[in-house]
Design a binder for this molecule. Structure first.
Ligand SMILES: [Zn+2]
Length: 430
């Protein structure tokens, strides 16, 4: 999830925490504690993304892929990161010549811990994944339920913070963020290959203005109720649409004897939970062939048919072709292209190429380009949008240096043999 959304979530939680505390101790919610709480929560809701500071210990794209959303996005890291945020707040208070009581520090620590946990939970919502239970459990967990930048969530949180904020500057900044968001939506709707229909851009613009107006000028009690209602409604919508879209694909593929489903990665379109883009990973021909099948799912085809959803990626780095076997025509589903190759090639890559093996600790939907005996590139189809070499694609060279500090994440693809695991796997020569 992007850092503007994380920051707005942090500010919303800070206001909620101050409100709950103020009901019991009204005298303390003013003064230095107010700004300290907002700052601590905004910091804590972004602190896990400090992984950019050490990503380069594993050079190149692998460093980003293996260390981003890595150790800092775990339950274990929440306490040290929270304490680090409080140290920053303490330094700021000292600069301003302000002090907090001991009980107020306890309150700030609770807010910071909630912030860290919320960050990991929000990142879990995407199809990118997190591994929150390391070092007890090295597996990736995927929420598969929300786009990485979700306009409706940005608008909802923006309005909530707008309503709760006392500062005119903060309110103006949120207004600007939403104006920027709507401009991008219009640009996407009117651009050469529209990702959003014009009606959706218009709806986002209208909703932003109405929500800011309502949150800015209604009574506090109604603001709180409508904030909870909108966030709950958004969550329920994403989760139920996710369940319908995935179920539709799983049922259709269950009727294809030549395809055995192994995993399913899903993501909704930004701003449109009625359209989902999925990648079904499976095996065929008695497990000898590895297959990735693209599919677009419409949750409510009568209102928004699959054909009206944004087109699936074509012209990718992966050599995608029309499906080899006929796939069932179902309302609400639109099948895309497939990647098909011998599974033995992938297993050989994991065994013989240390760069590919490290990459497979990240790749959930791996594809590769074979040139004779050897593979010359490995990538992840989740992030393959064009023929260019993108951030989740690695050229492979025979005899390349093996990467250092490879974290012990288990390969998300269940078709591979388990890789060495354990807390110290990354310290051992890989
Ligand atoms: Zn993150």
């Amino acid at each position: 999830v992007d850092n503007v959304t994380h920051t707005l979530a942090g500010l919303a939680v800070a206001h909620a925490a101050l409100f709950l505390r103020g009901r019991r101790q009204p005298e303390t919610s003013n003064g230095p504690l107010y700004l300290a709480t907002l700052t601590a929560s905004a910091f804590a809701n972004n602190a896990p993304d400090l992984d950019f500071l050490y990503r380069s210990i594993t050079p190149g794209r692998l460093g980003y892929l293996l260390h981003h959303r890595g150790h800092t996005h775990t339950l274990l890291a929440i306490l040290p990161l929270g304490l680090f945020c409080l140290a920053l707040v303490a330094a700021l208070l000292r600069l301003r010549g302000q002090r907090l009581a001991r009980s107020e520090w306890g309150f700030l620590l609770a807010v910071a811990l909630i912030g860290g946990a919320l960050h990991v939970t929000m990142d879990f919502g995407n199809n990118y994944g997190v591994h929150p239970f390391w070092p007890l459990d090295d597996r990736w967990y995927y929420g598969d339920a929300i786009f990485i930048v979700e306009p409706w969530l940005l608008i909802a949180l923006g309005g909530i913070v707008f309503g709760a904020s006392r500062s005119r500057t903060a309110r103006a900044l949120i207004g600007l963020i939403l104006v920027g968001l709507c401009s991008v939506a219009w640009w996407q709707a009117l651009g050469p290959s529209p990702l959003l229909p014009v009606a959706l851009a218009a709806l986002l613009t209208f909703a932003s203005a109405a929500w800011l107006g309502w949150m800015g000028w209604s009574k506090a009690v109604w603001r709180r109720r409508s904030a909870l209602f909108c966030l709950g409604l958004g969550l329920a919508t994403q989760l139920s649409c996710r369940a319908i879209a995935r179920d539709r694909v799983q049922r259709a593929l269950a009727g294809v004897p030549s395809f055995e489903l192994v995993s399913l990665a899903s993501t909704p379109m930004p701003a449109n939970p009625l359209c989902w883009s999925l990648l079904a990973v499976g095996v065929s021909r008695g497990g000898r062939e590895y297959v990735i099948q693209q599919v677009s799912a419409a949750v409510w085809p009568a209102a928004w048919p699959a054909g009206a959803c944004p087109p699936l990626a074509t012209g990718t780095t992966a050599p995608l072709v029309a499906p080899a076997t006929a796939l069932p025509a179902r309302a609400g589903l639109s099948w895309g292209l497939e990647f098909r190759a011998p599974l033995a090639e992938l297993r050989a890559l994991a065994r013989e190429d240390c760069v590919a093996r490290a990459f497979l600790r990240f790749a959930r939907v791996p594809f590769w380009l074979q040139a004779g005996e050897h593979a010359r590139l490995i990538g992840d189809e989740r992030f393959d949008r064009s023929p260019a070499i993108e951030f989740a694609e690695l050229p492979l060279e025979p005899g390349a240096q093996c990467p250092h500090f490879v974290p012990p994440w288990q390969a998300p693809l269940p078709l591979l043999d388990p890789l060495p695991r354990g807390v110290f796997a990354m310290l051992a020569p890989f």
